[in-house]
Design a protein around this ligand. Structure first.
Ligand SMILES: NC(=O)c1ccc[n+]([C@@H]2O[C@H](COP(=O)([O-])OP(=O)(O)OC[C@H]3O[C@@H](n4cnc5c(N)ncnc54)[C@H](OP(=O)(O)O)[C@@H]3O)[C@@H](O)[C@H]2O)c1
Length: 277
């Protein structure tokens, strides 16, 4: 059997990096993409085949795929759309630019990359597409509106795509992690400092609390977070199972919230979610 190949976006840290390393160890040919040249070099020194790819840049995605196809002889078995970031802030404080940027990376990038890989998958007669959403693609939390909206959009188009690809031997799975140890929060903190922190707000008190608790979690909070390997395990299931699931909820908080959402009316759910923000 030939070595299965996979392209993973956003491998400079966190879930992408952990998944790339696990899949390589498992025998996959992993194309571990990162958007910064220095991260590509670091990944190469870790023994990964790394490639530069910025999901905000069509030319960069096309170039990365051309390189991959040259290396594999024209095939790509799987895509893990993992790259993403979190723009925090109350909806009344966000700007159109910040919202647009959030959607460029978390929604339009993955959508376009799928359109680029689908002809390859259709031609070879099989494929797996795995989307890194979040539990925040299922439930909402106050002050995460832009991120929530982007992950809900990702869910929407991924569900549609799964329906459109029925019977093609190309499967679409959505991963919904709860809190995972990664650079997500420190990267979100940088974004917040460059955007909302620069302007006056009615929500300053909440933001100060976010700075102390969410962006820079202490031992007690990180203790409750899963390692990114937990996500890699589910990615392996989505790649190798004969019947990959449509959704993989990762960790007890994500599983519980997804379950509770199905049971409770909106008002009751809001009451709970306002408590855990
Ligand atoms: N950590 C969690 O609790 C959690 C929970 C649910 C879902 N997720 C999702 O998991 C995915 C991975 O996040 P993570 O937790 O591993 O965080 P992370 O450590 O911050 O990793 C995010 C990755 O995405 C990359 N990225 C950002 N913008 C990009 C762009 N325009 N083009 C290409 N790559 C880009 C980052 O690259 P740079 O280093 O260059 O910025 C980084 O490699 C995200 O989609 C996130 O929404 C995370």
């Amino acid at each position: 059997m030939t070595q299965p190949s996979i392209l993973i976006t956003g491998c400079s840290s966190g879930i992408g990096l952990a998944t790339a390393l696990q899949l390589k160890q498992r025998g996959y040919r992993v194309f571990a993409a990162a958007r910064k040249a220095q991260d590509v070099t670091t990944l190469q020194t870790q023994g990964l085949e790394s490639i530069q790819l910025d999901v905000n840049d069509t030319a960069s995605m096309k170039q990365a795929l051309d390189t991959i196809l040259t290396l594999t002889g024209g095939t790509l078995d799987a895509l893990f759309n993992n790259a993403g970031y979190l723009q925090a802030g109350a909806i009344e404080d966000l700007t159109r630019d910040a919202e647009r940027a959030q959607f460029e990376t978390n929604v339009f990038g993955p959508m376009e990359l799928i359109r680029l890989v689908l002809p390859i998958m259709r031609k070879q007669g099989h494929g797996r597409i795995i989307q890194n959403s979040s539990i925040l693609g299922v439930i909402t939390l106050p002050y995460y509106g832009a991120y929530n909206a982007s992950k809900f959009a990702l869910e929407g188009f991924s569900n549609t795509l799964r329906q459109e690809l029925r019977g093609t031997n190309i499967y679409v799975s959505i991963i919904n992690p709860g809190p995972i140890k990664s650079q997500l929060r420190s990267n979100a903190y940088q974004r917040y400092k460059n955007t909302l922190a620069q302007q006056p707000s009615l929500h300053t008190e909440i933001y100060t609390r976010m700075e102390q608790v969410y962006f820079t979690p202490g031992e007690a909070d990180t203790h409750l977070m899963l390692k990114p390997d937990a996500v890699a395990k589910k990615v392996i299931h989505a790649l190798e199972s004969k019947r990959p699931r449509a959704h993989y909820y990762i960790g007890l908080p994500a599983q519980t919230l997804a379950f509770v959402k199905r049971l409770l009316p909106d008002r009751a759910l809001d009451w709970i979610l306002n408590k855990i923000r």
